[in-house]
Design a binder for this molecule. Structure first.
Ligand code: CTP
Length: 407
């Protein structure tokens, strides 16, 4: 989902940078538009660096730009159409007055008129300006049009006075945006233990056996679960991805290390999602020294690794257990067998031979198999969308769907 943050010219303009960060942590795409006055307080570069996008400042491009910048002139329509919400923080008394009167004399005010997305304003100003009948009337008109107002707080103001007019807490503004977008917090109170990535099984000090798992599915689950209010413990094999910021991260290498980490963390978990591609076999006797080149064939003896999912299932208790299955033939039949054999509540099965499914790609095509015998074939979707879909199932199994336990 995309949100535009509009910044207008007040001392609190610098706090909009923190708002951008919080919204990004909710998984939202953020773009920023600034009024001319806002640029007296903070430079667009701050926001450009945070969002990795151009900050929209001018309606018609830079002054004296020639030829006229047509792209900028029509940009407000494009932005207006692509956003799911517009939040203006801080919103000055002047900007609220312009909004109330439907003026459209700069980029941001034009965006307000051009978008059909919900608008949220977080006013910030001097206490007398806040209490002024004109400001209160303007706010009344905006509320009547469906604009959501995040009321300012009371306290010491930059102008030296004390009273109402201080920009609301940034967390509160971010929460108002999330509520407006209908973002769920239905996994609050749950602790999700998630495995991701491949394992590496040592052959000798310089070689190992592994598989093509990138960790993308497990990491997408971790990110989506955090956004939905869960506590997340991520047990990950070696991958090239950075763990999400608020996750409790447990890096492991081998199947045996993963097993140990899982049993250490299990007592805290209410939900276990095993997206890792755990090696089924490891070299039985890893060489202590590097194996030298020979002239004849070399035989490696392999020993089975523990089936972590099946072992976790023996200590399942009231936990919800989700397994993954990578298949190359007879998907439904094999996966149904795995679900029952491993004692999972839900199995996410994918045929890794299909294009756009399985290892090391950004999309997946899966069938969800439930314990009650029902199953759901999902179309090709990104691993992010699939993560949300899987967590919908988890929330339903936990009996938390549709309920927001964080508020
Ligand atoms: N799994 C596990 N421990 C293993 C192997 C797999 O916990 N040693 C878990 C995976 O994380 C996954 C599920 O079991 O959630 C199924 O993995 P998959 O490789 O499809 O199944 P296998 O049991 O390895 O069966 P096979 O390779 O014969 O298809």
């Amino acid at each position: 989902m995309r949100v535009a943050v509009g910044v207008t010219g007040g001392v609190a303009a610098y706090k909009a940078a923190e708002l951008v960060r919080l919204l990004q942590q909710e998984g939202l795409e953020v773009e920023v538009a600034m009024t001319r006055a806002a640029r007296e307080f903070v430079t667009p570069l701050t926001f450009a660096a945070l969002t990795g996008r151009k900050v929209i400042t001018e309606m018609f491009g830079a002054e004296n730009a020639a030829p006229a910048n047509v792209e900028n002139a029509i940009e407000h329509i494009a932005v207006a159409q692509r956003i799911d919400a517009l939040v203006i923080a801080p919103a000055t008394a002047d900007f609220l007055a312009r909004m109330a009167n439907g003026l459209a004399d700069d980029f941001l005010s034009t965006l307000v008129l051009a978008t059909k997305a919900p608008v949220i304003v977080a006013p910030a100003m001097n206490v007398n300006m806040w209490e002024h009948a004109a400001t209160q009337e303007n706010l009344g008109r905006l509320r009547a049009r469906g604009v959501r107002v995040v009321e300012p707080g009371e306290g010491y103001l930059a102008c030296g006075m004390t009273g109402a007019g201080r920009l609301a807490e940034i967390e509160g503004i971010a929460r108002a945006v999330c509520e407006t977008l209908g973002l769920k917090h239905d996994l609050a109170g749950e602790t999700l233990l998630i495995t991701a990535g491949p394992t590496r099984e040592e052959v000798d000090p310089v070689r190992y056996l592994t598989n093509r798992s990138s960790g993308k599915m497990g990491y997408a689950l971790a990110e989506a679960a955090l956004r939905r209010g869960a506590r997340v413990i991520l047990v990950s094999g070696p991958v090239a991805l950075a763990p999400p910021e608020k996750v409790e991260f447990v890096p492991v290498r081998t199947a045996e290390e993963m097993r140990k980490a899982m049993f250490e963390q299990l007592p805290q978990a209410t939900v276990v999602l095993m997206a890792a591609a755990v090696a089924d076999y490891r070299p039985a006797n890893p060489a202590v020294q590097k194996i030298k080149r020979g002239t004849g064939p070399l035989t490696l003896e392999l020993a089975p690794t523990p089936d972590i999912l099946a072992e976790v299932a023996t200590q399942k208790g009231s936990r919800t257990l989700v397994g993954f299955a990578a298949e190359t033939t007879d998907l439904a039949e094999n996966a149904r067998g795995k679900l029952l054999r491993k004692g999972a509540d839900l199995l996410v099965a994918n045929d890794v031979t299909q294009q756009g499914a399985g290892f090391d790609v950004d999309t997946n095509i899966v069938t969800l198999l439930r314990r009650d015998g029902s199953q759901l074939e999902l179309p090709k979707m990104t691993k992010q969308d699939l993560a949300s879909r899987i967590l919908d199932e988890v929330a339903a199994l936990r009996g938390t769907a549709g309920r927001d336990r964080s508020r």
